[in-house]
Design a protein around this ligand. Structure first.
Ligand code: IYR
Length: 224
């Protein structure tokens, strides 16, 4: 049965609305995917706050089908790098089509992933394709169907990336494929699948990024 409470909502003046919306646009325009990280430490609260923010994302049936694993242990980062590079070497040298490699060429990526060890933190959001509930009496595990888990996770990761960017940190959305090794290395349960691997930290002093452009508003907005 649904139970309701009064909505807590900030009604802003039009000036305030425009100011905040423009500020957010200008700030997010500056977000870039970074591949050169410094190992300078990052306050852990920034990581906690970003994950807490992601936890406020809307989700199918409010099932919140996510777990965010944070890795700072150098040995674990090393294991992840070795496993990711093994998969990526196979991808770049054998599994990816010429068409795919061509689409990526302007980014200048390859199978080497030093950022996995350089960045002070890795955040690995795991999506729970279904829920697992243990029956208290029998100890039997029951599968709970999750709705729109992928879409929910995508929204949560967007909020996570925005929070980290606003906190003055650089991120990389890395998808070594397949990512099963992350569940094994991080001992996650069978219902969880790594969604993306996100190194987080400050950019290296001389960090470079590919010269790319974004589509203009005209190209992405259709007003009916
Ligand atoms: N996962 C590989 C390849 C790669 C794929 C896409 I799609 C990108 O936008 C970037 C890279 C890698 O991380 O290098």
């Amino acid at each position: 049965m649904a139970e309701y409470i009064k909505l807590n909502f900030d009604y802003l003046s039009e000036d305030e609305q425009l100011k905040q919306s423009r500020w957010f646009l200008e700030t997010m325009k500056m977000r870039r995917t970074v591949r050169d990280f410094s190992s300078e430490p990052v306050p852990f609260e920034l990581i906690e706050n970003a994950i807490a923010t992601a936890g406020y994302a809307p989700s199918g049936a409010n099932q919140q089908p996510w777990t965010f694993v944070v890795v700072s242990d150098p040995d674990v980062k090393h294991k992840i790098r070795v496993a990711a590079e093994a998969e990526e070497k196979e991808n770049y040298e054998r599994r990816m089509s010429d068409e795919w490699l061509e689409a990526l060429a302007h980014l200048g990526t390859d199978w080497h992933k030093p950022h996995i060890e350089a960045a002070p933190y890795l955040i690995i959001p795991f999506v729970q394709s279904y829920g697992l509930e243990t029956h208290p009496a029998s100890g039997k595990q029951k599968h709970i169907k999750h709705y729109y888990a992928q879409e929910s996770m995508g929204i949560a990761v967007g909020m996570l990336l925005a929070s980290l960017h606003l906190a003055g940190l650089a991120t990389l959305t890395h998808t070594p494929s397949p990512m099963n090794f992350l569940r094994d290395i991080l001992n996650r349960p069978e219902n969880e699948r790594a969604f993306v691997l996100i190194p987080v930290g400050y950019p290296a002093e001389e960090a470079q990024v590919p010269k790319i452009t974004k589509k203009s508003l005209n190209e992405i907005l259709v007003h009916v």
